[in-house]
Design a binder for this molecule. Structure first.
Ligand code: ATP
Ligand code: MG
Length: 140
């Protein structure tokens, strides 16, 4: 077990449907603490840079368009094994393949509009947290 931080983004399909409270409830009931949170609208260049790891993937342009289509809520979550714990609570990328009781199963609309993002490794969590937050904005 390791005490970690990870980054989550509540995506535009979730903010549009007023699901931010319901999703935060899943995080908190799942043992994660929200230690930083802000709502913002990503500019195209910001979304491109955040997802640059996927730049060669066929869905990249659509993903950037979707992530800039409305507000998002970015959050730092803290807890034991926070990176893998968040991935468990979110469920598989495709809501149709996500396990029962996961956020994507219950709220996701499609493989693209899947309601939440979660960092996929400790290294990426550090990069993604630094992308959105300075240390002074994170309050454990
Ligand atoms: P995230 O990074 O958002 O937590 P993930 O790690 O489960 O999701 P990735 O492979 O990193 O999945 O893909 C990033 C995002 O790109 C997905 O969450 C989804 O919104 C979108 N995406 C992934 N695969 C597809 C696809 N085949 N078609 C359309 N969009 C996709
Ligand atoms: Mg990912």
């Amino acid at each position: 077990m390791a005490f970690e931080r990870t980054l989550s983004i509540l995506k535009p399909d979730a903010t549009n449907r007023n699901l931010t409270g319901a999703i935060n409830d899943r995080f908190e009931k799942g043992g994660l603490k929200i230690v930083a949170q802000k709502r913002l609208r990503l500019k195209r260049q910001e979304a491109e840079r955040f997802y640059e790891i996927h730049a060669e993937r066929p869905f990249y342009r659509d993903l950037v368009a979707f992530m800039t289509s409305g507000p998002v809520v970015v959050e730092v979550l803290e807890g034991e094994d926070a990176v893998s714990r968040l991935r468990e609570i979110m469920g598989a990328t495709d809501p149709e393949k996500a396990a029962n009781g996961t956020i994507r199963k219950d709220f996701g609309l499609s493989i693209e509009k899947n309601s939440v993002h979660g960092s996929d490794s400790r290294e990426n969590a550090q990069r993604e947290i630094a992308f959105f937050f300075s240390e002074i904005e994170i309050c454990p």
